[in-house]
Design a binder for this molecule. Structure first.
Ligand code: ADP
Length: 419
């Protein structure tokens, strides 16, 4: 042992000398020149050279101290660390087991996720799925040091996990299983796939109709000017339908790309709603709908983004004029609302049309969800309006509530917090 230590020290000294060789050479030359100029004999040079050599061999004090103390901190820290505390600190379910696949320890997350596990219980009995058996067999046989499988736990609620198994350290004869919950990622993946399928379908329908008319115009309707005019009109309305859809899709993706609102800007709701009403004047007239205002007195300002809130009220008022057309009037009200403890302002858009059956209300803000597909199509709807509304309101910490009585109308109410 002592021999080894001596050898190690000699090696370290040699490395230090080699590392500082240029510095050393420069020092020697400098000392020689200085003494030559001063006319001092070679013996007098000796102490200076020795001093230089000693300085080169001395380790960089700061560096050694920090490496040594780092190693000491690590060693002391790891000695204090218990496997149990480490397992408890891991947020994912974690199970430690031995070479007979018997549970040795499980952390709190594992107890919460899998009912009825306990130390001493056989893992092979608890997790009977073939993929879990294969995972356990693989690490226990020593064929692989670690492995990963996808596993779905059916009860109490279905959850998808990515499970990794590995041996712990050398010769401990212990192994560990860690369960990473993938359910949320899977749900988002599924939603994204559904969304793409829906969007493609929505675009494909007008596209197929345009392609059909092009074919007819080239063939049977080639010499029929009346039919040509009619078909071109339909094609025009189909292209604007596609353009509306693309605009809404871009709106949604822009909102998703900037999830946080720029703080510090105030929106005057009175002015914003007045301009929304102005901009929808032509549609209201076309549908013979009268828009009435019922605004509270005093300032009606809330923190938020003016363009985004404009889009919210424009969508809601447009829907009220389109779907609630039969009511003949729409009321836009702004009131001070103190829902619970949160002070804010409520903007409510009420129509007196056919209303929305109760069972549709919870799903109405989903992308592409429509109560009646045909009515939405004839009203030039994309099925994305209310999901854009919901997105913007979430960014504003605001709430949307929908009340409706079939045959009497619908009221869409937005509660915007004032701070
Ligand atoms: P769309 O582009 O189809 O209008 P929205 O997301 O704005 O899509 O609305 C979704 C669906 O909710 C509409 O298709 C319609 O069926 C229903 N809806 C929205 N507002 C009203 C309302 N004021 N009265 C009745 N139904 C409504």
């Amino acid at each position: 042992m002592a021999d080894l230590e001596q050898k190690g020290m000699a090696q370290t000294l040699a490395i230090r000398l080699w590392n500082s060789r240029w510095l050393l050479a420069a020092g020697v030359v400098a000392v020689l020149i200085a003494f030559a100029f001063a006319g001092i004999s070679a013996y007098a040079l000796l102490p200076a050279l020795l001093l230089l050599l000693a300085a080169a061999m001395l380790p960089a004090a700061g560096a050694r101290q920090s490496t040594d103390s780092g190693a000491a901190i690590e060693a002391i820290g790891l000695q204090r660390l218990s496997g149990e505390y480490l397992a408890a600190a891991v947020a994912d379910p974690l199970i430690i087991f031995d070479r007979t696949a018997t549970i040795v320890h499980a952390n709190a997350a594992a107890y919460a996720a899998f009912g009825g596990i306990a130390p001493g219980m056989s893992l092979s009995l608890k997790f009977r799925a073939p993929e879990m058996q294969a995972l356990l067999d693989g690490v226990l046989s020593g064929d692989v040091a670690s492995d990963v499988v996808d596993y779905t736990e059916k009860l109490p609620v279905e959850r998808a996990y990515r499970v990794s198994a590995s041996s712990v350290g050398h010769a401990t004869d212990l192994y560990v299983l860690v369960f990473k919950d993938q359910s949320e990622t899977r749900r988002i993946d599924r939603m994204r796939a559904d969304f793409i399928a829906n969007a493609s379908h929505e675009l494909r329908t007008p596209l197929a109709s345009i392609a059909g008319f092009i074919e007819t115009l080239r063939g049977p309707a080639r010499n029929d000017p009346a039919a040509r005019d009619r078909f071109l009109q339909i094609m025009e309305s189909q292209t604007s339908r596609m353009a509306r859809l693309i605009d809404d899709l871009l709106s949604l993706s822009r909102l998703e790309m900037k999830p946080y609102l720029k703080p510090g800007t105030e929106v005057d709701l009175r002015e914003t709603l007045d301009s929304v009403i102005d901009s929808l004047g032509p549609l209201a007239r076309e549908n013979s709908v009268a828009i009435e205002r019922d605004y509270a007195d005093g300032p009606l300002d809330v923190p938020g983004d003016r363009d985004e809130l404009f889009q919210v009220f424009e969508n809601l008022l447009e829907n009220a004029c389109k779907y609630g057309q039969s009511g003949g009037r729409v009321v836009v009200s702004i009131a001070h609302g103190d829902a619970g403890s949160e002070p804010g302002i409520d903007v409510t858009i009420t129509d007196f049309g056919p209303g929305i059956p109760e069972e549709h209300i919870p799903r109405i803000t989903e992308r592409f969800y429509r109560v009646d597909v045909e009515t939405s199509r004839t009203q030039k709807g994309t099925g994305l309006g209310l999901s854009i509304v919901k997105h913007i309101l979430t960014r504003h910490n605001a709430r949307l509530s929908i009340k409706s009585e079939v045959g009497k109308g619908a009221a869409f109410s937005v509660h915007l917090p004032t701070h």
